[in-house]
Design a protein around this ligand. Sequence first.
Ligand code: SF4
Ligand code: ZN
Ligand code: ZN
Length: 310
Amino acid sequence: MAVDPRCDLCGEGRPIYHRSYSGEWLCARCFKRSVVDRIRRTISRYNLLEYDDRILVAISGGKDSLSLLKILERIERDFPHSELYAVMIDEGIGGYRAECMAIAESFCSALGVPFTSLSFRDLFGFTLSEVVESGIPEDLGLTPCTICGIFRRKALSIAARRLGATVIATAHTLDDVVQTYLLNLLKGEGNIRPVGLRRENGHAIPRVAPLRLTPQREIALYAYLENIPFQTTTCPYTHTSMRDRVRSFMAWYAANKPEALFSFLKNFERLLERVDQRAEDRCEVCGEPSSRRICRACEVEMLIRDRLRR
Ligand code: SF4
Ligand code: ZN
Ligand code: ZN
């Protein structure tokens, strides 16, 4: 007679997830608890947050960032001097942002976390769709996602300063962090910096990634089990990004070697520690840290403004 399988942690619940890199079978309750516990441990292991931080959580309306917000809201209840703010950046992508905005707004209101949105249009005077339709990305040899990323980063810094935030929390999962390192290597980036670790640089507001040790698929399952709402529309530019291709390769690789992403992160960051990180100066235009006289965001912004004026 077949033995009735039980959860490896509590010994009672019916397993719904096999954590292939540890060999554990987990029930839904233990799985969710293990995800939150790991994020708590990640925060403490890397000293990502202080007890009295004003934390800006960058949300996209997708499952990763809403899960991060929910988990941080739970963790920060133990730190009454900390504050949480959710910020969404509206890039102005026709037919895409409206749904995520509505989802995020009602999710934040249910959690009791203040929600703010800022748009590329208000901050920079153009939308991402206008820039893409003008053909500027192709002329500059950049993908829409690269332009989007440059301005989203800048917009989040502006939002953080306006809110008086002391730290920006992003929903980069283990997969995202490894993808970012691989993309940096493929681009031949000479000064690769650790992703999502609290490394303050001059006047920059530090960025942290509390999900950096949590695989993407576990966040997806957590979101599903917690009934976190999903957006149904996909950004029309996703397929143009290099990240999308690296993501597909990594998903295939990790399916065959489940521990590969953890090993890569550990070994790569060990190497980064041995490399002397060049101190970054500040951009002469916006004051954000940059190894160039004028940062990439300001340079691209000037080029776009110039082109759109013609
Ligand atoms: Fe921006 Fe690319 Fe993400 Fe679309 S897929 S929101 S263009 S980074
Ligand atoms: Zn269990
Ligand atoms: Zn700048």
